[in-house]
Design a protein around this ligand. Structure first.
Ligand SMILES: [Zn+2]
Ligand SMILES: [Zn+2]
Length: 303
């Protein structure tokens, strides 16, 4: 049996390069694939592999002086959902573009468990604002009902969005969420430090943990993920729409024109008509051999 694990931990890592080499070694030994980012502020990873090997990975982590008590989230999938193993040292565990010393999770919003999250939303307080801290292509196919969805393409654009829209949060209870919780640790700290909201909360474990408890709750649609699965279906609601004909649809494709590689939502009829490209222009360029064809996506990643 295969599976995928998702995890993070904010902790001061004095020697990230040393941790990187150790991670490369154990992941290779356990034949894991995926992506691990290590920085002075912590570790952030997604790995696919055999269940028993991932359990062994978790044991090795828990024995390490820095990496005990990690909340490992598990889901269906496997190593085939990743092109390779990539272990890298970065400035930040997740890229916000703000030095760690200037913004740390120490000032983060209060964590709410899935149960507390569900209860807060269910009681419908008038001053509650739900804020999606993810990118536009993520919330386009799934989100919490009535959430504010910033039109940003990168997490590092969120601070500017918050700056320009602070009045939306004035005297409100703000409930922030992201995929697994890592982004909210610092994004909620950013909002908290503005001292404008009445209260700032973050969903502990993000969408992942909430939908495990409440698959038919206040989150509707699919949960976008950053591997070959692209998205994990949570319930039957279709939140997105085909970018070509606008009918309800939540299936992503990448344009077959290697020079374009646009990531877009398209229905079966439109994608067939455009021969897996995003537009008539890309279709024509490919047909006339003026551009290279992007290697097709790994189809073995099924969940
Ligand atoms: Zn369509
Ligand atoms: Zn294209």
């Amino acid at each position: 049996m295969n599976k995928i694990i998702l995890f993070y931990k904010y902790i001061e890592i004095p020697y990230p390069k040393q941790v990187m080499k150790w991670q490369q070694q154990i992941c290779q030994d356990l034949q894991l694939k995926g992506r691990i980012l290590i920085s002075h502020e912590g570790i952030n990873g997604t790995l696919g592999g055999l269940s028993e090997n991932l359990d062994q990975y978790k044991n090795l982590m828990s024995e390490h002086e820095l990496f005990g008590n990690i909340d490992f989230k598990e889901s269906a999938g496997g190593p085939e959902c990743f092109p390779r193993l990539s272990v890298k040292v970065r400035n930040e565990a997740v890229s916000l573009g703000i030095p760690y010393d200037a913004l740390t999770p120490r000032n983060a919003g209060q964590h709410l468990s899935p149960e507390q999250t569900h209860e807060l939303i269910a009681t419908q307080p008038e001053d509650l604002v739900i804020l999606d801290a993810r990118n536009n292509y993520e919330w386009a196919i799934g989100k919490f009902e009535n959430a504010i969805t910033p039109n940003i393409e990168n997490f590092r654009d969120l601070p500017q969005y918050l700056e320009e829209n602070l009045e939306q949060f004035a005297d409100k209870q703000v409930l922030m969420y992201c995929t697994g919780g890592i982004r909210c640790e610092r994004a909620s700290a950013y909002l908290n430090e503005k001292n404008i909201a009445k209260k700032v909360y973050q969903m502990d474990g993000g969408i992942h943990r909430y939908v495990e408890q409440y698959p038919d709750g206040f989150f509707r649609g699919k949960n976008y993920v950053f591997d070959g699965r692209i998205a994990v279906k949570v319930n039957d609601d279709i939140i997105g729409s085909c970018s070509i004909c606008t009918q309800p649809c939540d299936d992503y494709h990448n344009c077959l024109n290697a020079m374009c590689n646009e990531h877009f939502i398209a229905c079966v009829a439109c994608i067939e008509k455009l021969e897996k490209t995003c537009s008539k222009e890309c279709q024509t360029l490919l047909a006339e051999n003026k551009v290279a064809m992007r290697p097709e996506f790994n189809k073995s990643c099924h969940i």
